[in-house]
Write a protein that binds this ligand. Structure first.
Ligand SMILES: [Mn+2]
Length: 228
């Protein structure tokens, strides 16, 4: 299937016109409004701003003050074809924990807001991504019910200065705030940089699938008729 991404800016493209065209490559034009969000969150510990465009090109501008997290979010944007800006100013003098977790919160919130009532989205997505010896899978259901199953065992305490346990805190915050089920499983891996990067890439690809518009859907993909 074509992975061509169509800009959703064309507000004049009517639903009926797209359906009649029966061209799958126009699937993302089914949404009349751009799927984007800008979220700012300030606490005594951090100040985080995120701008997200779901139907993007993978362009990112990331500056969290935590270089390894910047690297992971760059990769996430690129491999999910999301346009993503993240600015964070946190209490890094204590450690990276508040900043990493709060970026997860705000990014999750941005997805939730950008997806609105989640009508037309595929909901489910999964990807298994290798990086040299590391192999990681992400399975998501953007269902409205938050759940994280985190089966990523990393023996090393740190990658450079970055504490590897913070990946779990990030993923928990992200899944909670996005309102989604997220299963992360590591099949193999030795190098913690590879393991974490494969995890973020798998998440990106799974989110790209799950947020994609399915032209066969005229409403919300749920027997309940609601996702939230
Ligand atoms: Mn890398």
């Amino acid at each position: 299937m074509s992975r061509t991404r169509i800009k959703t800016e064309d507000r004049h493209q009517s639903h009926a016109t797209v359906t009649a065209a029966s061209d799958m490559s126009h699937k993302n034009q089914l949404h009349s409004a751009p799927r984007r969000a800008e979220i700012n969150r300030t606490t005594r510990e951090t100040r985080v701003s995120v701008a997200l465009r779901i139907d993007g090109n993978g362009l990112s501008r990331i500056n969290t003050g935590v270089p390894f997290l910047d690297h992971m979010l760059d990769s996430f944007a690129r491999h999910g074809f999301f346009d993503l800006t993240v600015e964070a100013n946190g209490d890094l003098n204590i450690d990276d924990h508040h900043t990493v977790e709060d970026v997860g919160i705000v990014l999750g919130r941005a997805f939730r807001q950008a997806l609105g009532d989640r009508s037309g989205i595929r909901r489910f997505g999964e990807a298994t991504v290798p990086l040299d010896e590391a192999l990681c899978s992400a399975v998501v259901d953007i269902s409205g019910r938050a759940y994280l199953a985190y089966n990523i065992e990393i023996k090393q305490e740190r990658v450079g200065n970055f504490q590897t346990v913070l990946v779990q805190d990030f993923m928990k915050a992200f899944a909670d705030e996005a309102g989604m089920n997220l299963h992360l499983n590591l099949y193999s891996g030795r190098n913690p940089h590879h393991i974490i990067e494969a995890t973020f890439k798998a998440l990106a690809r799974a989110m790209d699938q799950a947020t994609a518009i399915d032209s066969r859907l005229t409403g919300i993909l749920s027997t309940k008729g609601i996702l939230g």
